[in-house]
Design a protein around this ligand. Structure first.
Ligand SMILES: [Zn+2]
Ligand SMILES: [Zn+2]
Length: 174
């Protein structure tokens, strides 16, 4: 077997929603040598009024067919202080929660490039990468769309080598 199932990210919608265009999700996964497996047939429900920390701990407990899971909501996500959050990763539970809504002026026109960048950021956390001081690195923290737009769809040199290290260690495990 040459293809490692652990490099697949299952994509799941929440509360009847599913992303219309999965290309930016696929592009984000590809940056980390991973692939997206859409699961439109599974409909999970979650209380999106919860803070994103509480939400992700609930999502981590759901039964799912893939090792890695990316749950997408169609409502704004907020942290404990009520501040906007594009998404969150729990690297131990192998779970990501993300919303496209705050990345565009409306649900229907969330720009694909911003989705790519923020999903890639969250996948970077799955690999244990931390935040970056370089505003153009995908791992720099963004609270606003302006900050997202400053990023390039790539890792800085430091993060690129950290990812390669993590990837080699993971593949080496077999
Ligand atoms: Zn982050
Ligand atoms: Zn960086």
């Amino acid at each position: 077997m040459t293809f490692n199932r652990k490099l697949v990210i299952g994509l799941y919608g929440l509360n009847g929603f599913f992303p219309r265009d999965i290309k930016p999700y696929e592009a984000a996964a590809t940056l980390f040598n991973m692939s997206i497996e859409p699961h439109k047939e599974i409909n999970y429900t979650a209380d999106l009024k919860l803070s994103i920390d509480e939400l992700i701990s609930q999502l981590g407990k759901l039964q799912r067919p893939t090792y890695n899971a990316l749950f997408v909501a169609d409502e704004r996500l907020r942290d404990k202080k009520g501040l906007n959050s594009f998404g969150l990763t729990d690297p131990k539970a192998r779970v990501i929660v993300f919303s496209e809504v705050a990345l565009g002026s409306g649900i229907n026109d969330a720009p694909q490039e911003r989705i790519l960048k923020e999903v890639a950021h969250l996948v970077g956390h799955l690999w244990g990468l931390g935040h970056c001081d370089d505003a153009s690195c995908i791992m720099s923290f963004a609270r606003t769309v302006e900050e997202v737009d400053l990023k390039l769809p790539r890792l800085c040199n430091d993060h690129s080598s950290l990812f390669k290290q993590a990837y080699r260690a993971f593949i080496g495990e077999g």
